[in-house]
Design a protein around this ligand. Structure first.
Ligand SMILES: *[C@@H]1O[C@H](CO)[C@@H](O)[C@H](O)[C@H]1NC(C)=O
Ligand SMILES: *[C@@H]1O[C@H](CO)[C@@H](O)[C@H](O)[C@H]1NC(C)=O
Length: 397
């Protein structure tokens, strides 16, 4: 039998060979080879597996197989000698007792280039033991609770498919990162769990959160100062507090927030939909180039909100206006239902009115007795286009 080797078949063969070589070059570091046993604490095993993988001069992969394991505080630290993957197929459980933690971190990834965190497994923060404390949201008590997953100074990396359950504090915190994508990530905690933000991003450039589902007790995704070039697309939020920029202006030397696009997301039973919040009596700062487009709101308390007088628990001097300049903001094609009549609120700073705010094709229905829905505006003259329900700036404050 003769085989005709034409150019096409040769290229296919070459591709197959290349693919299998790339695969063969990935060295697997299975935690079981470091003594990990189901249902036991594997902190030592996973730390040693990481160290070996990180030192391996090629592609490496740490594997946590399908079983339940317990892990205490760990920092997976780079830089590594090659691209590295952390593949979780099992369920990784945190220590339950908050007293175990001396800092505000459980699992951290730091200073790594080309990291992949993958797998159908999960990180379970065992948060129930921490949420019960009364006054958690009013005092600093929550600050000392651990964030489940920290990404510090991570570049050119991807986190995909994993699930985070019941964090004690935030689920995921991103700081000092550049080019980091979260794809198909699931986050789950009950609506009444305090301070359990889904993904908080700060001081980072080019972070994408796509195709993900976040149900939690606080913000779905929150963007702190220095968030630049952020894409949030195809994300389902709810319950929780919605997608937030801010709160900004509380601290000295905050960096601008810029280049934020929230596209094709659905918010269900959340407190707000998309919002920008800044403190009154604030330090100077800015937020610009913020775009919210093709968003569905299902039974959201306040679907569209700019609040430059954000002052929870009256901790601030409301009468002194915010010094955060908000400009170049668009809300386009935002539809669905509002749970209160305040469907749209754009309350800008008296000292620095918002500039270049656009409302286009807004359709937010409110069916309560005190209806219809209103749109309240202060210190802003939005550019209005397309359909508007409620009528844009029905109430000018
Ligand atoms: C961003 O990171 C991804 C994932 O590692 C990589 O494929 C891509 O090339 C990076 N982009 C740039 C501009 O470096
Ligand atoms: C305003 O937003 C548009 C759309 O993203 C962007 O192209 C433009 O550069 C922005 N301008 C400023 C001044 O931020």
């Amino acid at each position: 039998m003769s085989v005709e080797l034409n150019v096409a078949t040769i290229s296919v063969l070459l591709l197959l060979m290349l693919a299998s070589t790339a695969n063969a070059l990935t060295r697997v570091f299975d935690v079981r080879n470091y003594g990990a046993k189901p249902n036991l604490d594997i902190t030592q095993a996973v730390t040693r597996a990481w160290k070996d993988a990180c030192a391996y001069p090629g592609s490496s992969k740490v594997v946590v197989p399908a079983a339940t394991y317990r892990v205490g505080t760990v920092i997976f630290l780079g830089p590594c000698k090659g691209p590295i993957e952390f593949n979780v197929l099992g369920s990784i459980h945190s220590p339950g007792d908050p007293k175990y933690f001396t800092g505000d971190n459980w699992i951290s990834f730091a200073r790594i280039d080309h990291l992949t965190v993958s797998g159908t497994g999960d990180f379970d923060g065992q948060g129930r033991t921490a949420w019960g404390r009364s006054g958690c949201s009013k005092t600093s008590y929550c600050i000392h609770l651990p964030i489940s997953l920290r990404f510090d100074y991570i570049t050119n990396s991807i986190v995909r498919d994993i699930t985070s359950y019941n964090s004690k504090q935030f689920h995921i915190n991103v700081f000092g990162c550049k080019n980091l994508t979260f794809d198909h990530v699931t986050i789950r905690a009950p609506q009444n769990s305090p301070n359990t933000d889904g993904i908080h991003i700060g001081r980072s450039t080019k972070v994408n959160v796509i195709n993900s589902k976040i149900s939690t007790g606080d913000d779905c995704i929150s963007l702190g100062d220095g968030s630049r070039d952020i894409l949030i697309q195809g994300v389902n939020c709810g319950p929780g507090h919605g997608i937030s920029i801010g709160s900004l202006g509380k601290y000295h030397n905050e960096q601008p927030v810029s280049g934020v696009r929230v596209i094709g997301c659905t918010l269900t039973n959340t407190m707000t939909g998309v919002r920008v919040k800044t403190w009154p009596n604030s330090y100077p700062g800015s937020a610009f180039d913020l775009h919210f487009e093709n968003i569905i709101m299902n039974n959201v308390d306040t679907p569209i909100l700019i609040d430059q007088g954000y002052c929870p628990w009256n901790q601030c001097k409301r009468e002194i206006p915010s010094q955060i300049k908000i400009s170049n903001v668009s809300f386009k094609n935002i539809k669905g239902t509002s749970r209160t009549k305040n469907a749209v609120e754009i309350i800008c700073s008296k000292a620095l009115p918002c500039q270049k705010v656009e409302l286009r094709d807004i359709d937010l229905k409110y069916n309560g007795k005190d209806g219809p829905a209103t749109s309240r505006c202060a210190h802003v003259t939005p550019l209005i286009g397309g359909y508007q329900n409620p009528r844009a700036c029905t109430v000018v404050a």
